[in-house]
Design a protein around this ligand. Structure first.
Ligand code: ADE
Length: 252
């Protein structure tokens, strides 16, 4: 079973999310577990339950203090008997992508640290050896949604979480291309017809059509992914040699 620990000030925000749909079923089936650990429970300021303070040097907003975060991580490490890998959700981090999801799917346990307010005291990150990870170039109000995004993307790669092991093989990004368009019944809806080739029963032709649609979509929407794909599959883009006409007896 893959174990996630989410250090947060808003455990419900995480649990309400991961307990729904496919990750919820994976939890019920014992394929993954998600423990949302409330950082506030680890503050030494028990009277006020304080976890944040003003930044040294001035500036807007409050920062999460190092002590509750450090102690929260120590409690998780102590229970496991070792120091698990910890990811700090932050727009300052390395950008999360499918390759990283595949790499993280191999970890037994993962800890996510969710910041709030204007961020966290840098010493907390240093002491627990946190890796900064961003889910994209925009700023969220906190790291909780980012951790849920990552848990979702990683968990679907854990064997047994998706119904068919094959279903994540032919899809966007697994081969570096965006997915081709798909259709289900009826054959015609509001005057729009399913492409003829998909009804032909010719599997080879269908595969070729799907691949060409993937290429075209990727080229128009994600040119940088397309360029990478071209680099990695040069043989697909080589001009086919023109068939030479055989010299016939009548040629002079
Ligand atoms: N926290 C705030 N914004 C974030 C982002 N883009 N990615 C990860 N964590 C965040």
């Amino acid at each position: 079973m893959k174990k996630y620990y989410v250090m947060t000030l808003f455990p419900d925000m995480v649990l309400n999310n991961v307990r729904t749909s496919i990750t919820g079923r994976a939890i019920a089936d014992g394929k993954i577990s998600v423990d949302a650990v409330n950082i506030r429970e680890y503050t030494e300021d028990k009277r006020h339950g304080r976890v944040d303070d003003y930044p040294y040097g001035g500036g807007a907003g409050m920062l999460m203090q190092a002590q509750p975060i450090y102690d929260c991580y120590q409690a998780i490490s102590g229970a496991l008997g070792h120091n698990p890998r910890v990811l700090y959700m932050s727009p300052q981090g390395r950008t999360f992508d499918q390759r990283m999801a595949e790499e993280l799917a191999g970890e037994e346990e993962l800890v996510f640290l969710c910041g709030h307010y204007e961020g966290v005291d840098e010493r907390a990150l240093e002491l627990i050896h946190a890796e900064n990870v961003s889910i994209g170039d925009y700023v969220l109000t906190g790291g909780e949604l980012a951790s849920c995004v990552m848990i979702d993307a990683i968990s679907r790669l854990v064997p047994g979480v998706l119904n068919k092991d094959a279903s994540y093989e032919i899809e966007s990004f697994s081969d570096g291309l965006l997915e081709y368009p798909q259709y289900t019944r009826p054959e015609e809806y509001m005057g729009l017809k399913v492409p003829e080739i998909l009804l032909s029963g010719d599997h080879k032709k269908v595969e070729e059509w799907r691949h060409s649609m993937s290429l075209e979509r990727t080229r128009s929407v994600r040119p940088e992914l397309y360029a990478l794909y071209q680099q990695e599959h040069p043989e697909e883009f080589m001009e086919k040699p023109k068939r030479r006409r055989r010299k016939s007896h009548t040629d002079s």
